[in-house]
Design a protein around this ligand. Structure first.
Ligand SMILES: [Zn+2]
Ligand SMILES: [Zn+2]
Length: 331
């Protein structure tokens, strides 16, 4: 039996086709990754990357020199060697409609010096550090001239677009606000109250709740586009990561660690993307969307932008909470 479900407040639809439901299987996520001796992101190989713009070490934030690198680091941020956008982009002479110079910044955030490390195994101290790094780096690039949006995301597993297996996140600062966020803001502007606050209110006691703590809830959204999609939402109406104090950053890190651990236990050879959605506009409501990659968008999705999801979110939650360490209402 299929069901066409509408997004909470956008004109977007998905098809929940539970008749096709199977536990997901994905190809081995990192089977062709480089070994640690060859990995540019491993400690000891710092000279193989550009100088770091920020190195987090023992509570300090340092920078590399051109010919010297900081060793013994906890988290290391440096420009992507093959950037999607660059601060040195040349002016475009063409007056063709729709052409802009590719100005912006593209940074890699290596979350651990250790090649074998996994985000869902981080302790609280390291989860908090990573969330602080997310906050610092977002604010750093948000303040740059000509930057309209900072996209922060993580690709885990080859199938999710990660070319290296060493755990890392990326940040791309763009000179334009993404149309998808403008569309959301337009839809939100005609509503009487924030629709995300409504989602928190509606879903906090429902069968789509996966995890909660004092500051955040994690849900499998009613309109999940892909199997095991999860959204992290602050209970309070806060639009941007700069609005979180350290207690909240730790709560946020705990959410990520807990639900990625759940996904890892549930989905064989897990691959996923997660993305931070945030705007420095008091009307917006910060959220993180985690989308496991268990299949690829095909002709129907590209034709209609309607996603067929074979795992109803309510069933996904059952699977996720079914493990030996049920996380429901933990803490
Ligand atoms: Zn490595
Ligand atoms: Zn809100």
């Amino acid at each position: 039996m299929s069901e066409i479900r509408k997004h909470y407040f956008l004109d977007e639809y998905c098809i929940i086709a539970s008749g096709r439901s199977k536990r997901p299987s994905a190809p081995k996520a990192c089977d062709e990754g480089r070994r640690s001796s060859e990995c540019f992101f491993c400690h000891g190989n710092e000279m193989k990357t550009p100088p770091a713009t920020a190195v987090y070490k023992d509570g300090d934030v340092l920078r590399d020199n051109d010919d010297q690198r900081v060793s013994g680091w906890d988290v290391r941020c440096f420009p992507n060697l093959f950037p999607a956008l660059s601060p040195d982009a040349k002016d475009i002479s063409s007056s063709d409609h729709g052409v802009m110079k590719g100005y912006g910044f593209h940074e890699v955030i290596v979350e651990s010096p250790d090649h074998e490390d996994r985000l869902h195994l981080f302790d609280d101290e390291r989860l908090l550090l990573l969330m602080r790094v997310y906050r610092d780096r977002t604010l750093y690039y948000q303040a740059k001239d000509g930057i309209e949006y900072v996209s922060l995301f993580k690709n885990w597993g080859k199938k999710a677009g990660a070319s290296l297996e060493h755990t890392h996140s990326q940040l791309i600062a763009t000179p334009l606000m993404p149309p998808s966020l403008l569309k959301e803001m337009r839809a939100m502007s005609i509503l009487e109250r924030c629709p995300y606050c409504d989602i928190v209110e509606k879903e906090k006691d429902k069968e789509r709740l996966v995890y909660e703590n004092h500051d955040f809830i994690v849900i499998a959204p009613f309109c999940s586009k892909v199997p095991y999609e999860l959204w992290i939402l602050p209970r309070e109406h806060i639009s941007h990561i700069s609005g979180f104090n350290d207690d909240m950053l730790l709560s946020l890190g705990k959410c990520l660690g807990a639900v990625i651990s759940d996904l890892d236990r549930t989905i064989p050879e897990l691959a996923y993307n997660y993305m931070l959605f945030q705007i420095e506009d008091p009307d917006y409501h910060f959220n993180i969307r985690i989308q496991p990659v268990t299949s690829i968008a095909a002709g129907f999705e590209k034709n209609t932008d309607i996603y067929i999801n074979p795992v109803p979110p309510e069933l996904a939650v059952e699977h996720l909470l079914n493990g030996s360490r049920s996380l429901h209402l933990r803490e």
